[in-house]
Design a binder for this molecule. Structure first.
Ligand code: FAD
Length: 425
């Protein structure tokens, strides 16, 4: 992988992209295509590609490349595009700070502590996993408790098997994928325990990773205690009531030597927070406009650092847009200001972007709060679309075309998802 020598790193770039995962790679391409001459990607890992490098399973690129690729293959495709676009890449370099003048401070063994000025910045730092500490599971602190993503890195990149008899807490995609992976490696997965009454990952992952391997999925159930001295030897699990409180009288014990925790990702937003970017309290990522610009002029954001995606294809699409916005900004061009604020309404947890315009087409990503089937998605009083089903684990993607908003001249637009019979009434 070509990495810049210290004398090749310029003092000023049109666009600096923080993070070289799928979001950062697509943003760099977008920036170049929208007129940025000099674009730099900085990543703390030794190879760009982000989380995709450890996802050796298939399932990437169906929308974007119309074929099913592994994570590293998808990353490689994008990396080739980045290199064709003559983008500089610095790896093994940690971005410490982005200041309001868009001066980016980075630290690396090769470049030391360096500052680079940017015409525009794209934040693409991805997300990190919630750990056992985030939900405070009582019990001892033996070896064998780890996040599912860390286990994935151990198995797929370092070649270690983290355990032989594995319980998994949480049914997010990483946990589901790891359930299958560990079975394929010869471990026994004794069960996936999910607090909510529904699985949190994609339906295709529930089917392909659990059902196909006869791994039991226990819904409305959680781990209430971890046991073991040096190593985990069992966990206690219990069903939960409607308020998600464990029913301890019905708890049972599950012998295992490993507990994988797959309880969600949190946008990596430290740089954004330090920069004073406005954050959405629900997604915990930056509030963004239709061009993915944050509340700081010339600072754009995309990918998992804005909101957690389940498909990398949407990350690439959104990030190309963010990079395009950054490229245009650095070249002194700005698109018209947004005149519509999307307000998550009934059964809708979040909407990204947070604002759009009435005169262009936009892709809006929604998360719902509960499963509904069949149902209707409504944009205020002006547009309604039937949906077969929605589940909280799957992002809803809606192309909002100018004709949908005919007669709406701006302001707050409530986004609701309602049961079909109610919509018809
Ligand atoms: C286990 C797992 C399985 C998945 N399976 C699928 C699947 O089957 N199909 C699918 O389509 N999608 C899948 N996804 C989702 C997809 O991989 C993610 O949506 C995508 O990787 C998010 O891209 P990103 O660039 O925002 O973040 P990341 O891929 O996390 O990249 C962020 C990058 O930023 C760098 N970085 C962060 N902070 C700094 C800093 N301060 N300085 C320098 N660099 C920094 C990191 O090193 C990293 O390289 C999966 C995700 C996971 C975790």
């Amino acid at each position: 992988m070509p990495d810049l020598q210290p004398w090749q790193l310029e003092r000023r770039y049109d666009v600096v992209v923080v993070g070289g995962g799928p979001a950062g790679l697509a943003a760099a391409v977008g920036a170049r295509e929208q007129g940025a001459e000099r674009v730099l990607i900085v990543d703390r890992e030794s190879e760009p590609g982000g989380i995709l490098q450890q996802c050796i399973h298939h399932g990437f690129g169906l929308h974007h490349f119309k074929e099913e690729l592994t994570g590293p293959a998808y990353a490689q495709r994008y990396l080739e595009r980045v290199l064709e676009h003559d983008v500089d890449i610095v790896t093994d370099a940690y971005v410490l700070d982005v200041d309001p003048t868009r001066r980016v401070s980075l630290l690396s063994g090769r470049h030391g502590r360096t500052e680079v000025d940017a015409g525009a910045v794209v934040l693409a730092m991805g997300a990190r996993e919630r750990t056992r500490e985030a939900i405070r599971i009582p019990g001892t602190r033996p070896a064998g408790v780890m996040t599912a993503g860390f286990a994935q890195k151990l198995v797929n990149m370092a070649g270690y098997l983290p355990g032989r008899r594995v319980a998994i807490l949480g049914s997010g995609d990483i946990g589901l994928i790891m359930a299958r992976r560990l079975m394929l490696e010869g471990a026994e997965v004794v069960g996936v325990f999910e607090l909510m009454p529904h699985a949190n990952g994609l339906t295709r992952n529930v089917v392909q990773c659990l059902h196909d391997f006869d791994i039991p999925l226990h819904l409305s159930t959680t781990v209430v205690r971890i046991h073991g001295h040096d190593r985990v030897d069992k966990v206690s699990v219990a069903p939960v009531d409607e308020a998600l409180r464990p029913r301890m009288a019905e708890a049972w014990e599950v012998p295992c030597d490993t507990l994988l925790v797959s309880i969600g990702l949190i946008p990596d937003n430290e740089l954004a927070r330090a920069l004073g970017v406005r954050l959405d309290p629900v997604t915990t990522g930056p509030v963004v406009t239709s061009t993915m610009e944050t509340s700081r002029d010339g600072v754009f954001a995309c990918g998992n650092t804005v909101h957690i995606h389940d498909l990398v294809d949407w990350v690439s699409q959104e990030s190309q847009l963010a990079g395009g916005g950054a490229g245009a900004f650095a070249s002194g061009r700005r698109s018209s200001a947004d005149n519509v604020r999307l307000v998550p309404g009934r059964n809708v947890r979040s909407c990204v972007p947070h604002t759009i315009t009435t005169d262009r087409e936009h892709t809006v990503f929604l998360r719902v709060t509960k499963s509904l089937a069949p149902c209707s998605l409504r944009l205020g009083e002006v547009y309604e679309r039937p949906l077969r089903y929605v589940v909280p684990g799957e992002m809803v993607t809606l192309k909002v075309r100018p004709r949908f908003l005919q007669g709406f001249h701006g302001g707050n637009l409530h986004v609701d998802v309602v049961p079909r019979e109610e919509a018809a009434a």
